[in-house]
Every structure is written in structure tokens, then in C-alpha cells.
Design a protein around this ligand. Structure first.
Ligand code: ADP
Length: 176
């Protein structure tokens, strides 16, 4: 049996958005990889709204509503994990041959280019592969979604329904 082709999709996912799910569905559909591990970055220096466990649970619940992602999760093609420290160390431990990232706008490009070069230098065994954001999601980011939600704007449709409910609960808890 040939070695499974594993890709790591790293990110903060704080919270997961429709853009993240779209990248995942398209990456799975591309059949470029046998497995995708969603790797939630544990960064003690970055303030997050949701805990790692909350983010993992939200992803899992969001997949329930998406047949392709749900099937992939059940078939073990999709996994949810968390890591801390160097992405390449984690990718190496996972025996990953690819790192998936999404590109939304030119503003993403500069940072992503630097990261991809640095990661290849550190671990040439994994190639960074970029998926272009779907045009209608190209302005969707976790950060902007949170900002708008906390200022009372309507973010329904920018995040999966279960994430919307969880985000609204955080807004209420904050007394906004
Ligand atoms: P990070 O903090 O590592 O950028 P994010 O959770 O914000 O983590 O994003 C993870 C990955 O998903 C990044 O490659 C990002 O460019 C991509 N991404 C985020 N939002 C979208 C979107 N709307 N469409 C496509 N890709 C996206």
C-alpha cells in the first residue's frame, strides 16, 4: 500500500468561517490528498475569543451540516487537531507532504509567501499549496467577523449557523 498523502491545514479558526469550510471542501474534492488534518494553532501570546476545544467542537458541528465534510470526517479523511510551536515540526510528525493555505487578497500574499519559503527551508518534505478564496468569501476573515459581530453588525452567512449561535452567545456574555 502506498503511503497516504497527508496535508495539514493550519490556522487560528477563531472562529471557523464559511471561507475555511470552502477551502476544506475544495481541497478534499481535488483528491490531491488522502487525509487533511486541520491543525488549530495554540498560541499563548495571541488573545483568542474561543478556546481550542470550542473551536474544534464548532468545526465538528459545522461539518454535520455539510455532507462532503461530514463523510470525510467519518471516513477519517478529515481530522481536527491542535498544535503549538513550529508548524513544520508538527507537519513532520504528521508525515505531511503538503501544507494548505488560502489566499484571499494581495494583502495575504506577502506574508504567505514568506511563510511558505521559510517552511520549505525548514522542512522541504512538505510543499505549501494555496487555494484561492472563492470570490464571494474573499473578504471574510475571522477577525473582521468578530469585530462586526461585537459592534452589532449582522454576520449571519459569514460563519456556519452553529458558529453564528456561539458567536452571538459570546457577544451577549460580553454584555454588548
Ligand atoms: P491564521 O491566523 O493562520 O491566518 P486563519 O484561521 O485566519 O489563521 O486562516 C487559516 C487559513 O485559512 C489561512 O491560510 C487563511 O488565508 C485561510 N482563510 C481564511 N479565511 C478564508 C477565506 N474567507 N477564504 C479562503 N481562505 C481563507
Amino acid at each position: 500500500m502506498s503511503t497516504p498523502r497527508t496535508a495539514v491545514y493550519p490556522g487560528s479558526f477563531d472562529p471557523p468561517t464559511v471561507g475555511h469550510l470552502d477551502i476544506l471542501a475544495r481541497a478534499l474534492h481535488s483528491t490531491a490528498f488522502d487525509n487533511i488534518v486541520i491543525a488549530i494553532v495554540r498560541n499563548p501570546n495571541k488573545k483568542s475569543l474561543f478556546t481550542i476545544d470550542e473551536r474544534a467542537a464548532m468545526l465538528r458541528e459545522a461539518f454535520e451540516a455539510n455532507p462532503a465534510l461530514h463523510d470525510a470526517l467519518n471516513a477519517g479523511r478529515l481530522q481536527i487537531d491542535a498544535f503549538e510551536g513550529l508548524l513544520v515540526s508538527y507537519a513532520k510528525a504528521q508525515r505531511a507532504t503538503a501544507i494548505i493555505r488560502g489566499l484571499r487578497a494581495v494583502s495575504d500574499y506577502e506574508y504567505e509567501l514568506q511563510m511558505a519559503h521559510m517552511n520549505r527551508r525548514l522542512f522541504p518534505g512538505a510543499e505549501t499549496l494555496f487555494f484561492m478564496a472563492r470570490d464571494e468569501y474573499s473578504y471574510v476573515s475571522s477577525r473582521l467577523t468578530k469585530e462586526v459581530a461585537f459592534m452589532g453588525g449582522d454576520v449571519r452567512g459569514l460563519v456556519p449557523e452553529n458558529v453564528y449561535a456561539a458567536l452571538m452567545a459570546k457577544v451577549r456574555d460580553a454584555g454588548v
